[in-house]
Design a protein around this ligand. Structure first.
Ligand SMILES: Cc1cc2nc3c(=O)[nH]c(=O)nc-3n(C[C@H](O)[C@H](O)[C@H](O)COP(=O)(O)O)c2cc1C
Length: 175
């Protein structure tokens, strides 16, 4: 597995000018956790936030406990967010990683994702046009008793378990 400095350049987060609503909601993102030696897994996400909290740049991700990726997010300190763009290869990868579980298939082999090791030992991909390397800061869970607008309920139950919410510090950005 090659290391990140060979193919991506570290950038200043402040130079990012993507529209965050398009970036997450339309382009989507691959959440990856784990390491080369300990094993890793990735899944597609289209819900999430980027912002500023506790005087740090943060990303907030929402991972249902039943995802295989969840156990890797739980086990490690770091998570990467890889943005693959809107090309046809990216859409195929996102669709596969958003519909198949790493419990049942080898997503790297099936999609042709080419893993790259980050500075913290996390995993991103040669296909990533932008990678945010993140460190876990805080975790909570969606709780039904906290719903203010009851229309949110429809996203749970038959549609899946209550998301765990992870606030991540963005420690490096690469293009
Ligand atoms: C467009 C899209 C967005 C998704 N967003 C999320 C999300 O934000 N959180 C989540 O838990 N699952 C999300 N999923 C579902 C997971 O990607 C999917 O269940 C995946 O197969 C989990 O893989 P795993 O079991 O290998 O972790 C999304 C799926 C798609 C197609």
């Amino acid at each position: 597995m090659i290391t990140i400095s060979r193919i991506m350049e570290k950038i200043d987060l402040k130079t990012l000018n993507d529209n965050v609503f398009d970036l997450i909601g339309k382009e989507w993102v691959l959440i990856t956790a784990g390491t080369k030696n300990g094993g890793f897994n990735m899944m597609t996400a289209s819900w999430g936030c980027l912002g500023w909290l506790w005087n740090k740049p943060v990303a907030v991700i929402f991972v249902r406990p039943e995802r295989y990726t969840h156990q890797f997010v739980e086990a490690g300190e770091y998570v990467t967010l890889s943005f693959l763009g809107n090309g046809s290869e990216a859409r195929e990868i996102y669709n596969y990683c958003g519909s198949k579980s790493g419990r049942d298939s080898d997503k790297v082999q099936a999609t042709g994702l080419r893993p790259v090791e980050t500075e913290t030992g996390g995993i991103t991909y040669e296909q990533s046009r932008l990678t945010l390397e993140c460190r876990k800061l805080y975790k909570d869970s969606i709780k039904p008793e906290c719903f203010i607008d009851s229309s949110i309920e429809k996203w749970y139950g038959a549609n899946g378990g209550y998301h765990d919410i992870y606030v991540l510090e963005i420690i490096n950005a690469y293009k």
